[in-house]
Design a protein around this ligand. Structure first.
Ligand code: G6P
Length: 620
């Protein structure tokens, strides 16, 4: 949700910023812009639309310099126009800023600053911060401060931050303060890349890949000064902070498309590997359990737990629902999955034996972070199941489990879902083996998990069939997705994928519950996608399918290899490998991801950058 980049050093900055913005585009793609400082002048180029549009503008009107900031926007305040694009300038161009977050008191600030004579050119909340910086600079200069002096600029930043309410990741350039980018963080992520006589600023590490592997994650209330000759970090309350440099693990191929047309397709096909990564080093065949190094809780602590609360948003919530079923079945520990946006304001009864897990790909989702903080504040142990190393949630949780799925760039989450489900399976095995699960049962699960990467490779062989099905159905405007037990969350996830990227109305429902309402929607124009692999209640789901057929609804079935019976009822069948019921969400998610992908392609939609969405939702 909005991406920020910045650079100080000796490279030509505009191309570098634009490349960084391309890599961050998944965070928002309503508009983009850069500001470049050169010989006491700051040039701004900004444009509504994709980063590509900005690149065209910069080609036509080049800007040279070695110091700059850039932004790709997901609009919150103000439409997607050139004027509302960042960077915003304050005063008469003395200050340029890029911002990720929301300035909640912008309206009051705007009125105060307008009364002081500042002229607003946009409808954004950010412009109020830009003018406030300019105003504070003016006052400091009147008091004898030097606009070229870093200490004066830092005082100006502090005076400004004191007045801001809300969340921000900020990149700031003062026109008259040479070779300096200032960054400030409260609630929105920022990472600094450390090079030789150069520093990079970004909302996440993807723009740094290939330039440096040394990174420093800024924490809330920290202000950083980036200059070619050094990095300085101050905590707003506690003063100077020694930068904690960490090593970035990603390599360039992680963020390149390779031979794939879209990131979403690349990420779907990465799943055998990403599931293997999630399992690596975590299976202990001798003890018939899983090894969970990062939980930071002793076996005794874990044994005491009598309730688990999983909290998440979007696709991660769907993974959490699978997790609830797994934990209750394997470990008999009462578990709920809560929408983070609800949990943060609810006050459910919990005890000191309750364990809270935040599930998040990005580690930055505002609601998930707020729910985690609320639980932490109350004193509950909070853990994270997270993909992005060094993200806010990963750092604030008491411990957790990384997915190791590599960067997920397609806005519609795919590989993160299957990795989350894999990790939740490991967790359920761990809790199960501390409780009722026998040694042979644990060993059996380990054997089956080991085979999953290969099984997912086989599941991906449905690709051609899915293409055919997509071609037949892509013109329909309403879909139902139906499944039961472990396949109910899969139905929810399949419907979400279709909605997100092809803008088709789709509802996921428990297959039998469908009789209590959604069945009224069924007609020749409303296909139902049944997730119906073999299992204990297979015949019951077949009956639900018959109910749809009786009402002339077209049926697409996701069924197990060799299930020829289903082909007699369903109009189309997509086959996946036959696995135990608890593993079905992993294999059945694959054809549904591919189906959404191909339907969206056929409808001419932008698969990786669907309208209105952002990969990382850092506002409430
Ligand atoms: C956004 C994304 C979804 C994602 C959700 C939660 O809505 O578009 O794909 O599932 O946020 O994100 P998280 O990073 O917390 O898993």
């Amino acid at each position: 949700m909005c991406g920020i980049v910045g650079y100080v050093g000796s490279r030509s900055v505009s191309d570098l910023l634009i490349e960084g913005l391309h890599r961050l585009e998944y965070r928002g793609y309503d508009s983009a812009g850069i500001a470049v400082q050169h010989h006491g002048k700051v040039s701004v180029r900004k444009k509504a639309g994709r980063v590509q549009e900005l690149a065209g503008l910069v080609q036509a009107q080049p800007v040279c310099g070695h110091i700059g900031i850039g932004h790709t926007r997901w609009a919150t305040h103000g439409e997607t126009t050139d004027q509302n694009s960042h960077p915003h300038t304050g005063g008469n161009g003395e200050v340029s800023i890029v911002h990720n977050g929301v300035i909640e008191n912008y309206d009051t600030l705007r009125r105060q600053l307008t009364a002081l004579g500042y002229v607003f050119h946009s409808q954004t909340d950010t412009e109020a911060a830009a003018h406030l910086l300019a105003h504070n600079l003016e006052e400091q200069v009147l008091l004898g401060g030097d606009a070229a002096d870093i200490e004066t600029c830092l005082r100006v930043v502090e005076l400004t931050l004191k007045k801001l309410k809300g969340t921000y990741g900020l990149g700031i350039i003062f026109r008259d303060c040479p070779d300096t980018v200032i960054a400030a963080r409260c609630g929105s992520p920022l990472v600094i890349g450390v090079g030789r006589d150069e520093y990079f600023l970004a909302s996440d590490s993807s723009p740094l890949v290939g330039y440096t592997s040394q990174v420093v994650y800024l924490s809330d209330n920290e202000v950083a000064v980036l200059r070619p000759d050094g990095l300085r970090i101050d905590h707003r309350q506690s003063g100077s902070v020694a930068p904690h440099v960490q090593v970035l693990e990603h390599v360039s191929s992680d963020i390149e498309l390779g031979n794939f047309e879209h990131y979403m397709l690349k990420e779907i096909f990465e799943q055998p590997q990403t599931i293997e990564n999630a399992l690596r080093g975590r299976l202990d065949a001798d003890e018939a359990t899983s090894v969970m190094g990062g939980l930071n809780l002793t076996a005794k602590d874990l044994r005491r737990i009598d309730r688990i609360v999983l909290t998440a948003c979007g696709t991660s919530w769907h993974a959490g629902l699978v997790g609830e079923f797994l934990l209750e079945e394997f470990a008999r520990v009462p578990t709920e999955v809560e929408y983070a946006s609800e949990l943060r304001y609810r006050n459910p009864p919990m005890s000191d034996r309750t364990l809270v897990f935040a599930i998040t790909q990005s580690g930055e989702t505002a609601d998930t972070l707020a729910a985690l903080r609320e639980c932490k504040r109350k004193g509950y142990p909070t853990l994270a199941i997270c993909n992005t190393v060094g993200s806010t949630i990963a750092r604030e949780a008491d411990g957790g489990i990384y997915l190791h799925a590599g960067p997920e760039i397609g806005v519609a989450s795919t590989k993160a879902f299957t990795s989350q489900v894999t990790v939740l399976t490991l967790l359920a095995l761990h809790f199960g083996r501390m409780r009722h699960m026998s040694y042979p049962a644990g060993q059996r699960i380990i054997r089956q998990l080991r085979g999953m990467p290969e099984t997912i490779t086989r599941a991906l062989q449905c690709h051609d069939k899915v293409r055919e099905v997509a071609d037949k159905y892509y013109r329909f405007n309403n879909f139902l997705y139906l499944g039961r037990l472990y396949n109910f969350p899969v139905a929810l996830e399949g419907a979400l994928k279709l909605k997100e990227i092809s803008y088709i109305h789709a509802e996921g429902y428990p297959a039998a519950e469908m009789k209590h309402g959604p069945i009224a929607l069924v007609d020749e124009q409303t296909p139902s996608v049944f997730v119906i692999p073999r299992g204990g209640i297979y015949p019951k789901v077949v009956s639900n399918m018959e109910e749809i057929k009786a009402r002339k609804g077209p049926v697409i079935a996701i069924a197990c290899d060799g299930d020829t019976d289903i082909a007699r009822i369903a109009d189309d069948v997509i086959y996946v490998p036959d696995v135990e019921e608890y593993l079905q969400p992993l294999v059945c998610a694959v054809p549904l991801q591919l189906l959404a992908y191909h339907v969206a392609l056929l409808r001419g939609c932008n698969v990786d950058r669907p309208r209105n969405l952002a990969k990382s939702v850092t506002v409430e």
